[in-house]
Design a binder for this molecule. Structure first.
Ligand SMILES: Nc1ncnc2c1ncn2[C@@H]1O[C@H](COP(=O)(O)OP(=O)(O)OP(=O)(O)O)[C@@H](O)[C@H]1O
Length: 328
């Protein structure tokens, strides 16, 4: 999808909020948009999502799109699951598939028990989970997230990170705004800033400096490693995550991955990584940021570490990658 000389102002004589915006959004790209309050980020994302039209300029190559707006309020007499099935059908899914995906996404975000709650009775946080689920269940080619992490609890924020990684790995484009500079830091393929009514692409040096300044390191987002939300830094340290990835043919995964994952050959030329779940966000981020790219095919919890699992010692598991069956 391409923007050429796009401008937007509200009202015929209103001041220009955006002007001269040129933007290319290729398939399989993760794109971050930054900018101060009121700079025009949401205006840009509405144009990208196609829920608003430019006052001037051209948008071409529009793809199947889903959007999580900054504020989500739906006044429909539907349950959470009913609403998601309705949205799934609008996206073109058959009813049975829409229903299955509704349950799947509510479960993934820890909101399965609210499937039969009417929208008006949902808490703010659960409403936000429904907002995110409605965008993800149709597996859109273009996913637009305007502060979509805001209001989600810690496990749901991590789940959304994972869902973004999956979308990009499957060739989707994800465009996002988030107030937290650490959100998916280092993973974005391009970072743009809205300044003085124009869109400026940040240089790689600027992006690297910002990521370093945000204290990226092996850390996850703010408190995101604290998956159970109890402030102890993150759930059972013996809990494991399994990530199926594919990369350049025959290559071993990059060295120094966070969480020192055990690496084994997986199905269809893939690689199966097993690491402590508390490192899963940092690990996913590192895989997304690796060049050449490693595509994430699947992420799932994998129970508790056995005594012989090298990844169990989380205190020393901040670097190094254990590989089995890979040429070095
Ligand atoms: N529907 C509207 N009608 C009139 N003006 C609008 C409208 N939507 C946005 N604006 C104006 O456009 C400018 C940019 O707003 P926008 O919400 O896009 O900024 P933002 O960067 O997303 O802000 P924030 O970080 O506070 O969410 C602001 O001056 C705002 O008042």
């Amino acid at each position: 999808m391409n923007f050429e000389g796009v401008g937007r102002r509200y009202g015929l004589r209103g001041p220009w909020v955006l002007r001269g915006v040129d933007l290319a959004l290729p398939a399989g790209a993760l794109v971050r948009v930054e900018g101060g309050n009121g700079s025009g980020k949401s205006t840009l994302l509405r144009l990208v999502a196609g829920v608003d039209t430019p006052s001037e300029g051209r948008v071409t190559g529009r793809r199947r799109t889903a959007y999580v707006p900054e504020r989500f309020a739906v006044a429909l007499p539907l349950t959470a699951a009913g609403y998601l099935v309705h949205l799934g059908r609008i996206h073109g899914l058959p009813s049975a598939l829409a229903a299955a995906r509704a349950v799947e996404w509510l479960d993934r975000f820890g909101a399965g028990e609210h499937a039969r709650t009417t929208l008006s009775e949902l808490s703010k946080g659960t409403s936000q989970k429904v907002a995110v689920a409605q965008a993800l269940l149709a597996e859109p080619e273009l996913l637009v997230l305007d502060e979509a992490w805001t209001g989600l609890d810690v496990p749901a924020r991590a789940e959304l990170d994972r869902a973004v990684a999956e979308r990009v790995a499957e060739g989707g484009t994800v465009v996002y705004v988030d107030h937290d500079p650490r959100r998916l830091a280092g993973a974005a393929d391009a970072v743009y800033a809205v300044t003085d009514g124009t869109l400026v692409r940040r240089t790689d040096d600027e992006v690297r400096a910002a990521a370093a300044g945000a204290g990226a390191g092996a850390g996850a987002g703010p408190g995101d490693s604290d998956r159970d939300g109890d402030g102890d830094g993150g759930g059972d340290p013996a809990a494991l995550v399994r990530i199926v990835v594919s990369g350049p043919s025959g290559a071993a995964p990059p060295d120094g991955l966070p969480g020192a994952p055990r690496c084994e050959p997986g199905p269809d030329g893939s690689v199966l990584l097993t690491a402590p779940a508390i490192h899963s966000d940092a690990l996913l981020r590192a895989l997304l940021a690796a060049r050449p790219a490693w595509h994430i095919r699947e992420v799932r919890e994998a129970g508790l570490a056995e005594d012989d699992t090298p990844a169990r010692d989380t205190a020393s598991a901040s670097s190094g990658t254990t590989t089995e069956g890979f040429p070095r």
